[in-house]
Design a protein around this ligand. Sequence first.
Ligand code: SF4
Ligand code: SF4
Length: 401
Amino acid sequence: MKDNIDPCVKCSICNLYCPVALETDLFPGAKTSGPDAQRFKFSNGVIPEEFSRYCIGCGNCVINCPAGINTPLLNILSKAKYREKHPLSLGERLLENVIFLPSYIDIFSNLINKITNSSFVKKIIFPFLGLSSKRELPYFAKRSFSHLIKAKKLKKGGKKVVYFYGCYTEAHEPEVGEAVVYVLNKNGYDPVFPSWVCCGAPFIGAGNIEKGEKLAKKNIKSLSKMDSLDIIFSSTTCYHTIRDSYKELYEIDGIDDVAKRCKDIFQFLVELNDNGKLNKDFGKIKKRYFYHTPCHLKLLGIGTPALEILKLIPSIEIIKGDALCCGLGGLFGYKDYGYDISVKIGEELAKEIEDSNVDGVISDCEGCRIQVHHLTKKPVYHPITILMEAYKLGDHLSKEI
Ligand code: SF4
Ligand code: SF4
């Protein structure tokens, strides 16, 4: 594990970019929870892991650290130790595992949605489970992405790419996966779907490193078999976990080769455009959107490729926001101790959106979309569904909840 803290020059710049420390005194900031905690631990044998549960893993500290200190990684290691002494609440464990519901669960989606978001469950069961009753759980789609895509007649004969669609697309937003497939088809590519499991981000982020390793081994084994094909992601979190977190935490054969082949769907489309191969048969979209840059996209260091492509659509107007972070922090915003802090962090973003008078909000990350919708009630979109609309392939095709 690459957790070297020696290059830290104690400048405290990381604290200025830590959205949690800026909103609450319960978290001492990136420097204290990361490099300082490690130094303190080594010199005095004291491990202040209780701070680490407030780290939402956004990475804004790393992005702005002149020495490249990986504080979220240090905090994951601290969380792992914290878990040994403070077992997770039942609710936290349920939440970690809920995304693992198998794809055939979609036949029960209506029932699950009714139960999980009923006022009885939210007001009585959620607090008992350590979850915030103010947060709604994501709705399960009527049909999982894997079921939906099997039923479609897809164009064949194009070049192959791997599409790692991940849990959220599979269970909650199949229309995002559908749009990725249609846009790839439109550009002469046939996606192939690897055998996969959850990338492990919810487990790794909560310090469950062992569980994350089991999942990482399965995914690396499967993706290694897909020869030299590019691996496309529509979730910035899955992409960051597989490309970066796996390498930071684990030693697995084939991990470097898989990491080199990972690409965000819009990074892939920008490359096509740079080579003059992007299909630009776009119709007009006369709408005004707000774009929020996800923290994990910033952490990937690939710029904002979705913006580069969406700006090619005639008549579209896109306002890029400045807010540091949406505040959801994965499962953090669902927890009883995290909800209020999460909402406070998101207030700046919500205000920017309210002030911008837009038709909807675009963001590449499912967590950001969840938080924005929760705070503003505005329609939220993955950028690929907007591109699909520009290709006149349908208006957010299979939104079925
Ligand atoms: S971790 Fe980086 S930004 Fe934070 S105090 Fe150390 S060198 Fe400065
Ligand atoms: S990852 Fe985010 S929340 Fe955690 S210490 Fe860094 S800036 Fe703060």
